[in-house]
Every structure is written in structure tokens, then in C-alpha cells.
Write a protein that binds this ligand. Structure first.
Ligand code: NAD
Ligand code: TYD
Length: 336
């Protein structure tokens, strides 16, 4: 099988390509990536010589590039996106362009080339925010209620993907997953920023009162969920994918990392809250468990330890990533 992966030089895409080629060595993968600040070919250094892997440097918004990347492709796994909420607050433009228009270009090309499956990787953030005390969890039936430019753009892309299935019969599946963490995550997201700041001897910025709650998913568990959806998922269906965390507030998640790294809570610096900060996400992943037999394998604490160890052992990777453009972003985001 030939798979087109978009955004494969980013965090989850790179983990997915490595995972897939290990498990399916006779399949081939084309990775179409624009290499924005978040795209990094060092994430794929281990497989760059693999004869079943090729890279196309290009923008998913460019119909010509997209058309050329589709040759003999049967399956597309669409990760490419602008993915960070804080950046979508600083400037929503690239989010609207890549996440909505780029997805539309890919959908049209998928119809034209008659792909057998278009899998769209989306987020639980499309469902909005839960009350902190609520025991409710997002399900596949929860109405969409996005509240940031990022989540609104992802919601729009989900609607387009579903519309191409209903209207034109494109064989699609969608997964909406919770916050991923693990190796190769760009250090702008909470976990990777926290671990690398501690390694650099810097404080960890926690927004507001630190009581916001996220559901945490280890990236390898996520890759396995996508694999199962591609193999056994029903066309036209959406699957929610989440982790093994039970309502862990951000400051507790950060404290667990600090403990693993033999530091204490003095390293936390409470900073100005994010505008429109969603209070709580919680994911009910019983549908994918019941229908496809998936469940996360990594406990939160075990996965955190593996992630901390990976950053400790890959200092050159994150030091390189934290140079250049990152420094300007960090100053703009955290200076006040
Ligand atoms: P990331 O920001 O690490 O990587 C995104 C990749 O897409 C980069 O390699 C970038 O160069 C590429 N890209 C961006 N714009 C492009 C364009 N116009 N054309 C081609 N390539 C482009 O993102 P990630 O964390 O790996 O997330 C992957 C997907 O998973 C996204 O769709 C995101 O919305 C979704 N998701 C992520 C999380 C998470 O916790 N990281 C959670 C839920 C859903
Ligand atoms: P993030 O990793 O940006 O993911 P998302 O906003 O998509 O859930 O943030 C996770 C949580 O951590 C979120 O509640 C915001 C909070 N946060 C901080 O407290 N400090 C930070 O420096 C960052 C980046 C996030």
C-alpha cells in the first residue's frame, strides 16, 4: 500500500511514519510537508534512507504540488496543520489557510485520484470546554463548540471532510484525539516546554491558576489508534481517541514532571492566562474500544518517564529546535 502522509515532519506525523514503516515494512510512504517552524526533517533521520520513504517539500494549499504527490496513492493520513493555540491567538491567518483551505485542496485531489481512504487527524478541542467540576466527557455525538482560532479552523476542516463523504462519497474517517505528548514534540506545548525548560534551568510557565484540565495521550498509543482505524474503521465514521489520565489539572501534570526530574514546585511560575482558555477536556474513547478493540497501553506516569528520558537523551535535537525563530516566539508569548 502507498500512503500519503501530510505534515509528516511534525511531531505526531514523524512518530506515525516511524511507527508505520516499522510495522508495515513493505508499504511505502510519501511525506508532503511545507517545513514550517514546526516541521523538522531531523525527526525522520532514522528512516531517511529507507527505500519505501520519500519526501515532497510543499504546501498542502498548492493544488499542483498536491496533485503531483498523489501518484498511485491509496490512503492519505492528513496531519498537516498549524497546531498551537497560542500561535493562533497571536496570528490566526496561517490556521485559516492551512487547516481549512489546505484540507479542501487535499479533499478535491483525493476525489480526483480516487483514493480508497482519507483519514483526517483532528482534535478534541472542536468540542469546546467542559466545566471543571463536571463528570461529562466528550463523545462522538457532542456538538461542536470551538472557542479558539485553532479549534475553529480544525472544526471547519472536520465539517469539510464529512461533507465530502456525504455529498461526493469520498471514503473518509476522522479521529479527534486529546493532547498528545512524547518524543519529537516541538517545545511550545506544555509537556515539551516544561521538560526542556527544566533541563535548561528555567522556570516553567503555568497559565492562570493552573487548574485547567487536559486529557493526555501518549503519541505511540495515538499512532496505534490511527493504524486500527485505517485497518478496521468504518468509512464515514468518527472515533475519539484519549489517554489514561483522570482529570489531572495542569499544575499537577507539571508537578509530576518536576518530581521525575528531581525538582520541586518552586520551579513553577504562574503567568498571565491565555485568552479564551478552555477549562477542561475529557474524552470518552469507548467507541473505538468497543468497535475496534483499541485502548491506550501507556499509563500517564510511565509515558511521562519515557518522554522525560527521551528529552534528556536528545539534547542536541531540542537545543537546535529552541534556537532561531523559537526565541522570538518565546519572548513574544511569555515576556509579560
Ligand atoms: P506539528 O505542529 O508538530 O506539525 C505540523 C506539521 O505540518 C509540520 O511538519 C508542518 O511543517 C506541517 N505543515 C504545516 N502547514 C503546512 C502546509 N500548509 N503544508 C504542508 N505541511 C504543513 O503538529 P502535531 O502536533 O504533529 O499535530 C498533527 C495533527 O494532529 C494536526 O492536525 C493537529 O491539529 C492534530 N492534533 C494534535 C494534537 C497534539 O496534541 N499535538 C492533539 C490533537 C490533534
Ligand atoms: P498546550 O500544550 O498548548 O495544548 P492545548 O492548549 O492545545 O490544550 O496546553 C496544554 C495546557 O497547558 C493548556 O491548558 C494551556 C496550558 N499551558 C500552560 O499553562 N503554560 C504553557 O506555557 C503552555 C504552552 C500551556
Amino acid at each position: 500500500m502507498k500512503i500519503l502522509v501530510t505534515g509528516g515532519a511534525g511531531f505526531i506525523g514523524a512518530n506515525f511514519i516511524q511507527y508505520w514503516l516499522k510495522k508495515h515494512p513493505s508499504d511505502s510512504i510519501v511525506n508532503l510537508d511545507k517545513l514550517t517552524y514546526a516541521g523538522n526533517l531531523e525527526n525522520l533521520a532514522q528512516i531517511k534512507e529507507n527505500k519505501n520513504y520519500s519526501f515532497v517539500h510543499g504546501d498542502i494549499c498548492d493544488p499542483k504540488v498536491v496533485d503531483s504527490a498523489f501518484e498511485k496513492v491509496e490512503t492519505i493520513v492528513h496531519f498537516a496543520a498549524d497546531s498551537h493555540v497560542d500561535r493562533s491567538i497571536l496570528d490566526p491567518d496561517p490556521f485559516i489557510k492551512t487547516n481549512i483551505e489546505g484540507t479542501y485542496v487535499l479533499l478535491k485531489a483525493s476525489l480526483k485520484h480516487g483514493v480508497k481512504r482519507f483519514h483526517h487527524v483532528s482534535t478534541d478541542e472542536v468540542f469546546g470546554s467542559l466545566d471543571i467540576e463536571s463528570k461529562e466527557k466528550f463523545t462522538e455525538k457532542t456538538p461542536y463548540d470551538p472557542r479558539s482560532p485553532y479549534s475553529a479552523s480544525k472544526a471547519a476542516s472536520d465539517h469539510l471532510v464529512r461533507a465530502f463523504h456525504e455529498t461526493f462519497g469520498l471514503p473518509i474517517t476522522i479521529s479527534n484525539c486529546s493532547n498528545n505528548f512524547g518524543p519529537y514534540q516541538f517545545p511550545e506545548k506544555l509537556m515539551s516546554l516544561c521538560i526542556t525548560n527544566i533541563l535548561e534551568g528555567k522556570k516553567v510557565p503555568v497559565y492562570g491558576d493552573g487548574l485547567n484540565i487536559r486529557d493526555w495521550l501518549y503519541v505511540e498509543d495515538h499512532c496505534e489508534a490511527i493504524e486500527l482505524i485505517l485497518e478496521k474503521g468504518a468509512v464515514g465514521e468518527t472515533y475519539l481517541v484519549g489517554g489514561l489520565t483522570e482529570d489531572i489539572p495542569n499544575k499537577e501534570a507539571v508537578s509530576r514532571i518536576l518530581k521525575l526530574m528531581e525538582k520541586d514546585e518552586k520551579e513553577i511560575e504562574y503567568v498571565k492566562d491565555r485568552p479564551g482558555h478552555d477549562r477542561k477536556y475529557s474524552v470518552d474513547w469507548s467507541k473505538i474500544k468497543t468497535e475496534l478493540g483499541w485502548e491506550p497501553k501507556h499509563s500517564f506516569d510511565q509515558a511521562l518517564k519515557e518522554t522525560v528520558d527521551w528529552y534528556k537523551n536528545n539534547e542536541a535535537w531540542w537545543k537546535h529546535v529552541k534556537s532561531g525563530e523559537y526565541k522570538n516566539y518565546y519572548k513574544q508569548q511569555y515576556s509579560s
